[in-house]
Ligand binder design. Structure first.
Ligand SMILES: Cc1ncc(COP(=O)(O)O)c(C=O)c1O
Length: 396
């Protein structure tokens, strides 16, 4: 019998999606499930983006350029300029989601067995992208008791070996909501410059910062032009996850030329979705103001409801729309499955993402879950009430 690759066997399942079959079975059996597992916002996509596709008169749905349409890239550059990030359209490659931008970045800068330093917990699919690129993640550990603040930046430097090619941060962070200060970015910049490393910043949640805090992009940092690679996406910004459009941005010309070869191999990003994403750039600031207000309200509700449950620990996210919660259970993989298979309150239950998959250190995060506050306040309050009841009866 033919056998699959070692790499394929090693690919981790996504902790966000691996319980879907149990959820589908529960749904078929008539249970209502509150989906706290996935960052799929319930916020409406700007009409202007949907209309651009609906009202389109294309007669041939052709390939676009591999790096994305020039007009769209020019408009993305204008969007960055409004955010005080100054890049040119040819510093940008349009990708099929931020996911593909991550794959292009990994492929362009790392060889098999190279190392990338990442603060953990981190976006779970970094594990998958590293495995598919044959790259080893070297984690910098952050802890729930410190609200996931970074350990002293100097800790990063201790982890650098001759195999280290990059430091990867997610800012604001999924799953912790951590927002890097300007000072932290400056320290990271000093380290990558000193050791000739790339600094990859996944900034797909750039707009989602709370409590008056401002995002500082690595592309704003002077002198980091050759080192900085930004991963971006329309998925969360405009609640357009299904468009599958993102981009990779860097002023490092060799990096862009290299990433372009990966882009050429997959021909082009989706044409209709670029049309929608280009139109989405016209979204007024009032849309974001309303969305941010909504997320702050949801965050406050979720965190304060969770804090009322004995034995539950939760940090306060400063950005994005996730939090990590520590639960009084030994293994949240089993708990999350049990919630779907064996538990309900009046026919309703919740789906959460077990957090171990957001770490690369084995055995860490087993008593944690990631909760996405992408549902309305009432649903969040109901969900936490369900969690509270579940914890009363669950036996490890
Ligand atoms: C931190 C982070 N980066 C990248 C992605 C990839 O998003 P997409 O491929 O939809 O742009 C996600 C999706 O949830 C994410 O949370």
């Amino acid at each position: 019998m033919p056998i699959v690759s070692k790499k394929g066997s090693l690919m981790p399942q996504s902790p966000i999606r691996k319980l879907v079959p149990y959820a589908e079975k529960a749904q078929k059996a008539g249970k209502i499930i509150y989906h706290l597992n996935i960052g799929q916002p319930d916020i409406k996509t700007p009409k202007i983006a949907l209309d651009a596709v609906k009202n389109n008169s294309l007669e041939i749905l052709a390939y676009s350029r591999s790096e994305g349409s020039e007009v769209y890239r020019q408009k993305i550059a204008d969007y960055y300029a409004k955010n005080d990030i100054h890049v040119k359209h040819d510093d940008i490659i349009v990708t099929t989601g931020g996911s593909e931008a991550l794959l292009f970045a990994f492929g362009s800068i790392m060889d098999v067995d190279d190392e990338v330093i990442i603060p953990e917990p981190f976006y779970a699919n970094y594990n998958g992208f590293s495995t598919s690129s044959g790259v080893t993640i070297v984690p910098v550990v952050s802890k729930i008791d410190d609200n996931f603040a970074l350990p002293p930046i100097e800790e990063f430097e201790k982890l650098i070996t001759p195999k280290t090619k990059a430091i990867l941060i997610c800012n604001p962070g999924n799953p912790t909501g951590y927002l890097y200060s300007k000072e932290e970015i400056k320290k990271l910049a000093a380290i990558v410059k000193k050791h000739d490393l790339f600094l990859i910043a996944d900034e797909v949640y750039r707009e989602f910062t709370y409590d008056g805090l401002e995002h500082y992009s690595i592309l704003q940092e002077e002198g980091l032009e050759e080192n900085a690679i930004v991963i971006d996406s329309v998925s969360k910004r405009y609640s357009m996850c299904g468009a599958r459009i993102g981009c990779l941005v860097s002023k490092n010309k060799t990096l862009i030329q290299t990433a372009l070869k990966f882009a050429q191999a997959r021909l082009s990003p989706p044409t209709f979705a670029q049309i929608a994403s280009e139109a989405a750039l016209e979204t007024p600031q009032s849309y974001f103001d309303a969305v941010i207000t909504e997320y702050v309200d949801r965050r406050n509700t979720l965190v304060s409801e969770l804090q009322k449950i004995e034995g539950v620990k939760v940090g306060t996210p400063k950005g994005a729309f996730y939090c990590i919660a520590e639960l009084p259970v030994k293994n949240t993989d089993r708990f999350a499955q049990w919630l779907l298979e064996d538990f309900d309150v009046n026919g309703e239950t919740i789906m959460v993402a077990p957090a171990a998959g957001f770490y690369s250190t084995p055995g860490v995060g087993l008593n944690q879950v990631r909760i996405a506050y992408v549902l309305n306040k009432e649903s969040l309050i109901k969900s936490v009430a369900i969690l509270k009841e579940a914890l009363k009866v669950y036996k490890d």
